[in-house]
Design a protein around this ligand. Structure first.
Ligand code: NAD
Length: 210
């Protein structure tokens, strides 16, 4: 994508401003506010950002975190997704040790549990903290993604602690209980039993389209 130099200059300004707003804990910002803070017209801000696919929500504006992430990618700031894993039991420990979760694009930087046998130890090369330390640790390490492998009854509490950090954007949950999160945080559930049910259904009815 060929981008004119003045646009790049403005993108750098947006990036700096968004970094500052993120630091201050702002969640949303309007094109009007961005324009006022940078001495630009709101219409210019909207035009620039929509050119890169960011459409603010009328009356709400842009999500600061998401926009920061997007502008950072456009400017080629290195972005390695940092992951926190909550619940270092059978499934959690298996995932911690799995090489598919270590790549150039992401890596598990911290684990959390309540078991005194695990808290304070390094497991599969990853430090394990008490779940109550989550908000501070996630913020300090800028961990934006959480994998939940806790018992169902602990899932909402763990999700609340993750959200309280203010930096978490996505939760991949293996816990077999629904979790509620505020807007701006994406939850994706993995349910192997449900996948297995699907497979069994198709095996039982081979003529069915799928
Ligand atoms: P496990 O009992 O071996 O491990 C659970 C871990 O969570 C333990 O280390 C425990 O100390 C920790 N824990 C308990 N309460 C906690 C809390 N409040 N905060 C942080 N950590 C806490 O269980 P498992 O077999 O590894 O399964 C983990 C979860 O994954 C369960 O909810 C299970 O139902 C689910 N699971 C889902 C799938 C799926 O397909 N979705 C498949 C297997 C397991």
């Amino acid at each position: 994508m060929k981008v004119a130099e003045p646009t790049i200059e403005r993108l750098v300004q947006y990036y700096r401003l968004l970094s500052q707003l993120k630091e201050e804990g702002r969640r949303v910002v309007s094109s009007q506010e961005i324009g006022e803070m940078l001495g630009l017209k709101a219409s210019q801000v909207r035009k620039d950002l929509s050119y890169f696919g960011e459409i603010g929500k009328r009356g709400v504006g842009y999500h600061v975190d998401r926009l920061h992430q997007h502008v950072s990618q456009i400017l080629s700031h290195p972005n390695v997704w940092k992951i926190g894993l909550v619940g270092v039991g059978r499934l959690g420990e298996a995932l911690l040790g799995h090489k598919s979760l270590r790549s150039e694009k992401f890596g598990i930087e911290a684990a959390f549990d309540v078991d005194p046998e695990k808290v304070g130890k390094t497991i599969e090369g990853v430090p394990c903290y008490h779940v109550d330390e989550m908000p501070e640790v996630l913020k300090e390490k800028n961990i934006e993604i959480i994998i939940l492998t806790v018992p169902a009854g602990a899932a909402q509490h763990a999700a609340d602690k993750a959200v309280a950090s203010g930096v978490v954007k996505g939760i991949l949950s293996f816990a077999t209980a629904p979790i509620a999160v505020p807007p701006g945080v994406l939850v994706y559930n993995v349910d192997i039993a449900a996948e297995l049910e699907k497979l069994l259904f198709y095996l039982k009815s081979p003529a069915k389209e799928h």
